[in-house]
Write a protein that binds this ligand. Structure first.
Ligand SMILES: [Fe+2]
Length: 219
């Protein structure tokens, strides 16, 4: 069981798990990369909602400071707009097969996203989710250059560039925020559930290209 005292170790363990599920970028073709990019947008267009929920549910001043600053940064720099601008040219050039495969992957992650959105309202699960995402993003954002960006001409990596810098700082802030919450919030089983779902979400996202096509496609 994940104990508060071992929080940093647990977060590091999740980071290792995610490092190991990232596919070999050299073995992905352009269609695979398209499927992952479209699925990525469907997942991370929820990020601001999760930060807002974490902010609304935070009980400690330290956590509140971190989440409110994050909401402000996401909104004023328009990270959602950057994400959409990043994926838009890839989605616009997607083949019908790539779109169909992305739809299958998105259907797979939808229930996970829905549950994580509920959990993000529940202290300290929202902050826990953000701590996990911010601590794994250095790896998956770095992976997305060879995994996605470099496979397409004319795709702006601005969304990745800004997060490669910012998330190193955010990662530590959210761990501190969670630790600040620990003295204020009772242990709850939903923390473990959040861990499992965050791993499942990132795993399903970065293996989106491996999801089986729907039966209607196979027939
Ligand atoms: Fe962001």
């Amino acid at each position: 069981m994940l104990e508060f005292a071992k929080y940093r170790d647990a977060v590091a363990g999740v980071r290792t798990t995610i490092q190991n599920i990232l596919p070999d970028a050299t073995r992905l073709n352009q269609e695979d990369a398209t499927v992952i990019a479209i699925t990525y947008e469907a997942v991370f267009e929820n990020f601001l909602t999760w930060v807002r929920h974490a902010d609304q549910s935070a009980v400690s001043a330290t956590a509140k400071e971190v989440t409110s600053e994050n909401v402000r940064c996401e909104e004023t720099e328009d990270h959602l707009g950057m994400l959409r601008a990043f994926v838009a040219p890839i989605a616009a050039a997607a083949s019908p097969e790539a779109k169909e495969r992305a739809e299958v992957a998105i259907r797979t992650v939808k229930p996970t996203i829905a549950r994580l959105t509920e959990l993000s309202r529940l202290a300290p699960c929202g902050i826990h989710l953000l701590a996990l995402l911010e601590n794994t993003s250095a790896d998956f954002m770095t992976w997305m250059y060879p995994g996605i960006v470099n496979k397409f001409a004319g795709v702006s990596p601005k969304y990745l560039d800004i997060h490669g810098v910012a998330d190193q700082v955010h990662a530590d802030e959210f761990v501190s925020a969670f630790e600040a919450e620990r003295g204020r919030v009772e242990w709850r089983s939903e923390i473990e559930e959040t861990t499992g779902l965050a791993i499942r979400l990132l795993t399903d996202l970065f293996t989106a290209h491996q999801h089986a096509p729907s039966l209607s496609m196979a027939m």
